[in-house]
Write a protein that binds this ligand. Structure first.
Ligand code: ADP
Ligand code: ADP
Length: 227
């Protein structure tokens, strides 16, 4: 059983004359531990795909199965719990909560689930992310690169089965982009974290193990570039 199985996935927004087919019969599978880049121009359906994979939105047709569970057939409440525990999300604009400190932002996903970090877990993440000394700061006191590293920590604190990153370096300069990419690769190497990273940047995509190219809502290419 593949870890992630996407079959005939279709998403249509709007109705009647305003219909937009954002995804059109997309199928692929991902093995546990793979680092996959999803590449395509703006408007090609990448964010839509991410929302469906993350159980944030529901497909018009087709299925997404994660560890054998069909996301679309779950009731909202089940899906919400599943998402909270199994999916880590990283966005282009960090989406940190401005009124919470870095530490509170990092721990929030556990808190919402009534859990605490394992002993040493927070310290481990803080060290790996290189944000020591920032735990009591607020997001707007951090640089973009630091904010994105916090958002990566927040996504990983629940030890999700799948890390979904939507243009994680899209708002960062070259140096910070390199740093965040290096972190993603280190996390992948270190824990075998399964990662799906959306990007419009073909060069960044080369850092993954496999590249899925999306165009006009369709899967156009599926290429393994390194083992
Ligand atoms: P990408 O992330 O590759 O830029 P999107 O998934 O955001 O692509 O968008 C794919 C297509 O679906 C685009 O034509 C976009 O305008 C359309 N679209 C995305 N979200 C919505 C929505 N909520 N309502 C209507 N159309 C949408
Ligand atoms: P990105 O590709 O960087 O995610 P988009 O502009 O495609 O940025 O989408 C930003 C948000 O707006 C998404 O939540 C998407 O669903 C929504 N969206 C995109 N296109 C449309 C549209 N034509 N109508 C309504 N909502 C849209």
């Amino acid at each position: 059983m593949p870890f992630l199985e996407v079959e005939h996935l279709t998403k249509i927004y709007g109705t009647g004359a305003n219909q937009v087919k954002a995804l059109d019969d997309v199928s692929f599978t991902v093995e546990k531990g793979q680092f996959v880049a999803i590449v395509g121009p703006s408007g090609s359906g990448k964010s839509t795909l991410m929302h469906l994979l993350g159980g944030v939105d529901r497909p018009t047709g087709g299925t997404v199965r994660l560890s054998g569970m069909d996301l679309a057939s779950q009731p909202d409440e089940t899906l919400a719990v599943f998402r909270r525990r199994q999916i880590g999300l990283v966005y282009q604009f960090y989406n940190l909560i401005p009124l919470l400190t870095v530490k509170e932002n990092l721990l929030l996903p556990l808190l919402l689930d009534g859990r605490r970090p394992a002993p040493g877990q927070l310290e481990g993440i803080v060290e790996q992310l290189g944000i020591e000394g920032k735990l009591d700061a607020f997001p707007d006191q951090l640089s973009g690169g630091q904010q994105q590293r916090v958002s990566l920590g927040r996504a990983l604190i629940t030890r999700p089965a799948l890390l979904l990153a939507d243009e994680p370096t899209g708002n960062l300069d070259g140096a910070n982009t390199a740093q965040v990419m290096e972190l993603l690769r280190a996390i992948h190497r270190g824990t075998g974290q399964t990662i799906l990273m959306i990007t419009h940047d073909r060069e960044l995509a080369q850092q993954a193990q496999r590249i899925l190219v999306i165009g006009d809502g369709r899967l156009q290419r599926d290429e393994v570039i390194r083992p």
